[in-house]
Design a protein around this ligand. Structure first.
Ligand code: AHG
Ligand code: MN
Ligand code: MN
Length: 313
């Protein structure tokens, strides 16, 4: 079913669109609960205290009050949803077992506020969510049943997939999410690139790949926020984001479970690709909750080109 947003006299809201995906009611409920929690995160981001919470997560990163507050808001919703078995967030040291495994339950890995350090300079940030059936979170990203992000930018948008295409909803003045783009699709190659990390720590192959992109006239578009940077590529249907292995960090920076897997799921659903430089992100068997991986994600031909340069390198 294709909706031309704005043509129907009824705005398609998130719950109605989810119902049209023929998925389990518990999954509809779970996604709607996360969407609802996003409204409280928005309020925290817009009005919350930026003071440092004084604690740090297991990566040793100072936790801003907003990280902690956003994590608490979302976790509370997940625990009370009644349909969640296990939870893991960037701000938690270990998996939280909410309910014993039983049919119809889901497990969620999420980054409650990605890019939180950007809030105090008023740049866009987001929430990233990965959803599996059952109670196990240490499994390949290809087994996800859903992935979504909420982007807190000039407008608030929610982008989701349950394995049947990628769809964007935008929050209206009543704080309702209404359909704005359906079946988002990536072009084979693009003309923007987002180079994460320190360029003087790139491998020779990645350095040559960047020079190839510049030679073909690609424009650099990097905000430092994973969610807005990926959203720009998805909504324009073109471009490539990379956070490669660096000389000092062979696994790059981004976390597999709650940053790379959900975005790779969405990107592949939109016809793009996501690789760690050797294999698809979604096929990586995670060994640890805090596992990181290098990432090249975006237009399929651009990702393939990156792999060529890395292999040659
Ligand atoms: P988080 O704030 O959850 O730690 O994630 C920040 C990530 C991601 O948003 C972004 O792509 C990356 O950090 C930027 O890293 P650099 O500042 O090293 O470019
Ligand atoms: Mn993050
Ligand atoms: Mn975060």
């Amino acid at each position: 079913m294709v909706h031309e947003p704005g043509t129907s006299k009824f705005q398609i809201d998130l719950r109605r669109h989810l119902r049209e995906q023929n998925i389990c009611d518990n999954l509809i409920h779970l996604i709607c609960e996360i969407a609802e929690a996003g409204k409280y995160v928005i309020n925290a981001v817009r009005t919350g205290d930026l003071g440092v919470a004084g604690t740090s997560n297991l990566y040793g990163e100072e936790q801003l009050a907003l990280d902690v507050l956003s994590d608490r808001i979302i976790r509370k919703r997940l625990v009370h949803s009644g349909v969640v078995s296990s939870i893991l967030s960037e701000e938690m040291d270990d998996v939280l077992r909410v309910k014993p495994a039983e049919d119809g339950l889901y497990s969620v890995a999420y980054d409650p506020l990605d890019g939180s350090s950007l809030v105090d300079v008023n740049l866009a940030v987001g929430t990233i969510v990965s959803i599996y059936s059952g109670s196990e979170l240490l499994q390949k990203g290809r087994n996800q049943v859903a992935a979504l992000y909420i982007l807190y930018g000039p407008r608030v948008s929610l982008v989701y997939s349950v394995g049947k295409g990628v769809h964007e909803f935008t929050m209206n003045h009543l704080m309702e999410y209404t359909l704005t783009r359906e079946n988002v699709t990536m072009q084979p190659s693009g003309n923007i690139y987002a180079p994460g990390g320190l360029r003087n720590q790139y491998s020779d192959g990645v350095e040559r790949f960047v020079r190839y992109l510049e030679a073909k006239g690609a424009k650099l578009r990097y905000s430092g926020g994973f969610v807005p940077d990926i959203n720009q590529i998805l909504m324009k249907g073109k471009g490539l984001f990379m956070y490669p292995a660096l000389n000092g960090a062979p696994e790059g920076k981004l976390r597999l479970l709650f940053e790379l897997n959900p975005m790779a799921f969405l990107m592949e659903q939109a016809g793009g690709a996501a690789s760690n430089g050797r294999m698809p992100i979604l096929d990586i068997c995670p060994e640890g909750l805090d596992q990181r991986a290098p990432v090249f994600i975006g237009c399929r031909e651009d990702v393939e080109k990156a792999l060529e340069f890395i292999t040659e390198g």
